[in-house]
Design a protein around this ligand. Structure first.
Ligand code: ZN
Length: 198
């Protein structure tokens, strides 16, 4: 016997695929959605579709944005000679929230992970190397301190070293395995200030 109607079952199945959502949460969300007024459900569905259709990569730093250039890259006051390399847009938001970093960013959209078959060609690395043809003085590698983040940092450092551009890595203070987005601003700033040259 089927526990739920086909439609509810399908909804639960879709919600379960979202990161961090287990079966119980998916069920709770599904029933919550079913009980909402139709216009609220429509607004939520439309918002998801609109975001998907309109969000794109910034032409310079590859963060996710609505425009050709993100707010950081379109700000003439930012120091373009310093590029901070991050794994994703959430990490960029975390550093941007500190309000203390005046350089620009580069978002890789992932990290190198031989275990699950993600190689250098699968992240925005080629795009980073292209940016180095400009007047860049320092590349700060701020990938997560996970195995993948460290592997990526070492790979990038080896790639950039021969160009003579200074390569630094944010300091510890960021817990091992820690995702940048969950770390408080003070720790993020300390990690940035204490960065070491690779
Ligand atoms: Zn940008």
């Amino acid at each position: 016997m089927e526990l739920y109607s086909g439609y509810i079952g399908k909804l639960i199945e879709e919600l379960e695929r979202l990161p961090g959502i287990g079966t119980k949460s998916a069920q709770r969300m599904a029933f919550y959605l079913i009980n909402l007024p139709p216009e609220r459900v429509k607004r939520l569905a439309d918002t998801i579709v609109e975001a998907k259709e309109n969000v794109r990569y910034c032409k310079e730093c590859y963060t996710l944005t609505d425009r050709e250039l993100c707010p950081v890259c379109s700000n003439a006051g930012r120091d373009r000679s310093t590029i901070m390399v991050l794994e994703n847009t959430r990490d960029l938001a975390a550093y941007e929230k500190t309000g203390k970093y005046n350089g620009v960013y580069h978002v890789l959209h992932g990290a190198i992970s031989p275990m699950i078959g993600i190689g250098p060609q699968d992240i925005k690395l080629k795009e980073l190397i292209q940016r180095l043809e400009g007047d860049v003085k320092e590349v700060i590698i701020a990938t997560n301190s996970s195995l993948e983040g460290e592997t990526t940092a070492m790979y990038i450092s080896k790639l950039i070293k021969p160009t003579g551009i200074k390569v630094t890595r944010i300091a510890s203070g960021v817990p091992v395995g820690g995702d940048l987005e969950y770390i408080d601003e003070v720790t993020l700033l300390r990690a940035l200030e204490g960065r070491i040259e690779l």
